[in-house]
Design a protein around this ligand. Structure first.
Ligand code: UT7
Length: 335
């Protein structure tokens, strides 16, 4: 009997057309192009256009590209796994809205709220559902509109300069070919650090009503981040979870053709690259163009890496993420 595995059949991404440069941000806060580039590697990011883009419409555009490139008919999709922390509505999740836009009524959807690790968690779920034989074709998406969540004043500058908007998608399909598949996924979390990177409000555990004048004036609906703590944990966990995926499959860092890390900060990726002793060309970076797009960053980066010919059949590719929760996760793929 043939064993069933999951493989990535095709990739797509969508970024909104409005480019916001570091220089543009200096109009709202005391920052500089030099500071942002030196501390993060970011040169510009994209912001959505109100009335044109929504979280779900961006995800739909990315998914359509991925389906097209996979030559998979939309009607073949049996499940949607959708990662975002910036959904269109408080509930239901944006997966429902994308399902509607794609005309996939009746198909199951799952929303994932694991911030920067969201896409790898979503991919892991798809991998498990396919390996058990429950589904054959799964759309895995990461989409974020973060530009409306940011405090674009001096007070919020440590956070606001990092994040951007965008979406990426992968079509994951069943295969019996053991040479081209997702080898394994590895998921971790540590809730002791939940408040190191979070949005407090609107939360349900409030006295009285969840949304009041007080919660609105408190400003806790903006992203709060202890950047230094996130940075310190990230560099350790990234390396750990990449090693874990390699060890689980009896590979070594030098066997990797490409590492596609979540685009958090170019200094984090560079630190991890050095720890793993990888040459520069084996670590993909596009944070310069898009900033940190949270759950969308890995599928956008993976799509661009593929488009640039950086991934070939048979290559060993590692996806790795770290983010709020804290969460960290990896996926090792034989392309
Ligand atoms: O995707 C997962 C989630 N997030 C992350 O992975 C982010 C991880 N953390 C980071 O990337 C970095 O911590 C940041 C980029 C957020 C900040 O860089 P940093 O090197 O850790 O800077 P810092 O927060 O230690 O601040 C250094 C200085 C401070 O001034 P003083 O106290 O030294 O006078 C800040 O006030 O830089 C100042 N600063 C800024 N200056 C200009 C903070 N933000 C800015 C800014 N422009 N945007």
């Amino acid at each position: 009997m043939n064993t069933t595995y999951a493989s990535i059949k095709g990739l797509g991404f969508y970024v909104p057309e409005t480019i916001v440069t570091n220089q543009d941000l200096t109009q709202h806060m005391d920052t500089s192009d030099a500071w942002i580039q030196e501390r993060t590697g970011i040169k510009q990011r994209r912001y959505f256009t109100y009335g044109k883009d929504t979280n779900a419409s961006m995800a739909t555009a990315a998914s359509r590209m991925a389906l097209d490139r996979s030559q998979v008919d939309t009607k073949e999709v049996d499940l949607i796994v959708y990662a975002t922390i910036t959904p269109d509505y408080y509930f239901p999740g944006s997966a429902f809205l994308m399902q509607r836009e794609l005309g996939l009524e009746g198909v199951g959807v799952i929303d994932i709220r694991n911030q920067c690790s969201g896409f790898v968690y979503a991919l892991s779920i798809a991998d498990q559902f396919i390996k058990t034989g429950m589904y054959k074709t799964i759309l895995v998406v990461g989409s974020e509109i973060q530009s409306t969540f940011l405090n674009k004043s001096n007070e919020g500058r440590g956070v606001a300069v990092i994040f951007g908007d965008g979406a990426g998608a992968a079509v994951v399909q069943a295969t019996t070919d053991p040479e081209h598949r997702i080898l394994s996924t590895h998921l971790h979390a540590d809730g002791r650090y939940a408040e190191e990177l979070y949005v407090r409000d609107p939360g349900s555990s409030r006295e009285g009503r969840w949304l009041t004048e007080e919660t609105l004036s408190g400003g806790n609906y903006n992203v709060t981040m202890n950047g230094n703590a996130v940075f310190k944990h990230a560099v350790v966990r990234f390396a750990e979870v990449i090693q874990e995926s390699l060890a689980a499959n009896a590979y070594k860092p030098e066997d990797l053709a490409l590492l596609v890390p979540h685009q958090a900060n170019i200094r984090i990726s560079e630190y991890v690259r050095q720890q793993m002793n990888l040459p520069e060309e084996k670590v993909f970076n596009n944070i310069q163009k898009y900033g940190n797009t949270t759950a969308a960053s890995i599928p956008i980066a993976l799509t661009e890496a593929y488009e640039e010919g950086r991934i070939k059949p048979g290559d060993l590719v590692c996806l790795a993420a770290f983010g709020s929760g804290f969460t960290w996760a990896s996926a090792l793929i034989k392309w």
